[in-house]
Design a protein around this ligand. Structure first.
Ligand code: ATP
Ligand code: LTN
Length: 327
């Protein structure tokens, strides 16, 4: 059976981009594959947080949101990265098998290092930890949004190099990027991706936003003065983003949706209505799950136990192949 792995950071609130680009597809894939989904708290600490509870509480809330979106811990393996120590161990070995030059070319590092004063070494070597996450589980497919393409490529490069030098050890993973919703853009700055770290509250639709807020944000989305509804990402980023969101929410092709609108107003109204309808059941389930953090902790422990078994056996193979003294 195809093995699937993906990760998501417990920082900030989940937004529409995370849902349409990643987590909604995870919920579908869990039924057809052997799927592992990880709350990557060790990735979250590459950026320094003043409030220590932020990551800890964020992990519980994110796990609850993932369940609200449809991940079923009885069907897939849902766990927290730091609960499986092998991630950190393999990450070191990955750091020793990736070059400074390769890491320097990562666009996420360039973007994020511009946004912070303290640039940790961990922010720079972040792709080595991500490669460890993926390779620990003999992953065939990694469902992610479009922004993660480069990180999956570098994971393949590291795995290929490792296999060449140390003998066949890792499965080479493939990125799985959705046809619709892979790159949801910020509503106020439609040339930047909707993101937790952009600090654009009016341009970001939170999965827990009230219907009225969602409507307001979508209705005040930045568009252009051209006045015609066309799907042309480069020329009309704002309108194309709304068409993409409406298309992803209603399972329609954004370019053909454009033919149905002559004015921006109705497009915005329909997009807002579709998003509100899409998120309503997620919000209702989240409210139920939020009430029982002890149950969430129990489910996460079961997930970590399951993940650890596989991670353990991969690490034994890696230690032997890399030439460490094993007992
Ligand atoms: P940050 O912007 O702080 O890096 P993020 O919002 O990208 O955070 P992550 O936890 O890094 O969130 O990403 C989780 C998943 O959501 C990844 O698979 C990523 O590709 C996807 N994703 C994030 N933003 C978008 C977006 N705007 N459109 C589509 N997919 C997205
Ligand atoms: N880097 C990713 C999060 C992430 C991930 C992973 C995704 C960490 N480990 C493994 C897929 C597979 C991000 O910033 N979205």
């Amino acid at each position: 059976m195809t093995r699937v792995f993906s990760g998501i950071q417990p920082t900030g609130e989940q937004h529409l981009g995370n849902f349409l680009g990643a987590t909604r597809n995870w919920a579908k894939m869990q039924h057809e594959t052997d799927a592992f989904f990880c709350v990557v708290d060790l990735h979250a600490i590459t950026i320094r947080h003043d409030d220590r509870a932020a990551v800890r509480d964020g992990s519980v809330r994110l796990a609850q949101m993932l369940m609200a979106v449809g991940l079923d811990p009885e069907v897939c393996t849902l766990f927290v990265q730091s609960h499986v120590r092998e991630h950190a161990e393999l990450s070191w070995i990955m750091q020793c098998n990736v070059s400074y030059g390769e890491l320097s070319r990562m666009t996420q590092f360039k973007d994020k290092s511009d946004q912070h004063d303290f640039i940790s070494a961990g922010l720079f070597t972040y792709p080595a930890l991500q490669a460890a996450d993926i390779l620990l589980y003999d992953t065939d497919e990694v469902p992610v949004g479009d922004d993660q393409r480069q990180h999956i490529e570098i994971t393949r490069d590291i795995a290929e190099r490792f296999n060449y030098h140390y003998g066949e050890t890792f499965v080479l993973p493939e990125a799985v990027i959705p046809a619709a919703g892979a790159r949801v853009m910020d509503l106020q700055q439609p040339t930047s991706k909707m993101s937790k770290s952009l600090d654009s509250p009016k341009g970001t639709v939170g999965l827990l936003d009230e219907p009225k807020q969602i409507e307001k944000k979508i209705k005040s989305a930045v568009t252009d003065n051209d006045g015609t509804v066309r799907f042309e990402v480069a020329e009309k980023p704002g309108i194309s983003n709304l068409l993409s969101i409406l298309g992803a929410a209603t399972d329609r092709d954004p370019a053909s949706l454009a033919d149905e609108y002559e004015q921006y107003g109705p497009l915005k109204t329909d997009t807002a209505a579709a998003v509100i309808e899409l998120l309503e059941p997620v919000q209702a389930r989240y409210r139920e799950l939020e009430a029982d953090p002890a149950e969430t902790a129990r489910l996460l422990k079961l997930g970590a136990d399951k993940a650890r078994e596989i991670a353990n056996s991969t690490m034994e193979r890696v230690r032997t192949n890399v030439g460490l003294l094993t007992d």
